[in-house]
Design a protein around this ligand. Structure first.
Ligand SMILES: Nc1ncnc2c1ncn2[C@@H]1O[C@H](COP(=O)(O)OP(=O)(O)OP(=O)(O)O)[C@@H](O)[C@H]1O
Ligand SMILES: CC(C)(CO)[C@@H](O)C(=O)NCCC(=O)O
Length: 304
């Protein structure tokens, strides 16, 4: 890939200064309790150096804000540093966001970290239905991008409390009258398929608001497999709840349910990846490429 430097995990790990305290074994144990699927080698070789790089970048961003405030003869504002995480549906964005939040909280205890998914900015199903977009959930037109931009403007203005709407995978819809509040953290991890996109009719990219953007990448055939694996897990757990939007999938036999999941992949999530998500990859600061079992095999850091 042009203008990206490529690193093996070993090379990336060698960039982590040897005199930095590695994560303690108790902290690693807590991590395993929090998510036993994540490969510990990936945490040590990829995510620890990444958190170190993020911390350096937050420091230099703070310094730039102080310099600017000195020039303007103002008090430096406290502006959250936003880390964007993008990639296909089911590539592992929310898992990565949770891991990064855990590591930032553990390794950078003096920095307050919050995270948010852009799913909350999807239009409610009723609006999607009216606009004929229910079968295009996740496509750019299915998001209230002006509201997402307004939200990001408020976060970046240093507002003390900014509210975002909440999406439920249980009801497959926006939860009416429910909000999460972002309280001017030091670091905000923003995860979503659209975090690198240019909204239609807008002159700003979502990534204009992020200070460091990550694209999680993998071969499409693997992502499809992960989508179907997750579907099978959910079919045995969350879908069995009669209030779950996908409860019908728990009732059908596995073969029929899987055929429907493959159809959703082929008609919605794959076209979304090919048309709207993959083309945003070159805009990321860092591409994390995963292979079988979600193991990271390459990192690509953008040069300019
Ligand atoms: N590092 C990992 N190791 C093992 N399994 C993982 C890892 N990352 C993700 N997974 C699994 O892959 C599946 C998809 O992950 P996840 O739900 O995080 O994807 P996503 O990109 O956030 O999807 P969506 O866009 O639908 O919200 C899940 O079943 C998750 O448990
Ligand atoms: C909510 C999104 C768009 C993104 O997280 C995705 O998980 C989704 O629901 N896609 C629509 C098709 C499907 O049901 O998989």
């Amino acid at each position: 890939m042009q203008n990206f430097n490529s690193y093996t995990k070993q090379k990336w790990n060698s960039l982590y200064p040897a005199d930095i305290n590695p994560i303690s074994s108790e902290q690693l144990d807590r991590l395993k309790a929090f998510n036993d699927q994540i490969d510990v080698t990936d945490v040590q070789q990829v995510y620890l150096p990444l958190v170190y790089l993020l911390n350096l970048t937050v420091n230099s961003q703070r310094q730039a804000e102080i310099t600017r405030a000195e020039f303007l003869q103002e008090q430096p504002p406290h502006i959250p540093f936003i880390v964007g995480i993008s990639g296909s549906v089911a590539v592992g964005k929310s898992t990565t966001a949770r891991l990064l939040q855990y590591l930032c909280e553990t390794l950078l205890p003096n920095r307050k970290t919050q995270s948010l998914t852009t799913d909350g900015f999807l239009y409610p199903n009723q609006v999607l239905k009216q606009r004929g977009l229910l079968a295009s959930k996740g496509f750019p037109a299915s998001y209230d991008m002006p509201a997402l931009i307004e939200f990001l403007k408020q976060v970046k203005s240093g507002a003390q409390q900014v509210q975002a709407p909440v999406y439920s995978h249980q009801s497959y819809d926006i939860i009416p009258d429910q909000h999460v509040t972002i309280n001017n953290p030091d670091i905000l991890i923003l995860e979503g398929i659209n975090t690198l996109q240019l909204p239609a009719d807008q002159n700003v990219f979502i990534s204009d608001f992020t200070d460091f953007s990550i694209y999680i990448d993998a071969d499409t055939s693997l992502i499809k497999q992960w989508y179907l694996n997750r579907f099978q897990q959910l079919r045995k757990t969350a879908f069995t709840d009669p209030n779950n939007y996908f409860n019908q999938y728990a009732k059908y036999d596995l073969e029929t349910a899987l055929m429907m999941a493959v159809k959703t992949w082929k008609t919605i999530n794959l076209p979304n990846l090919e048309r709207y998500i993959l083309p945003t990859r070159p805009r990321a600061n860092l591409i994390i490429h995963k292979g079988e079992q979600h193991r990271i095999d390459r990192l690509y850091l953008r040069q300019y």
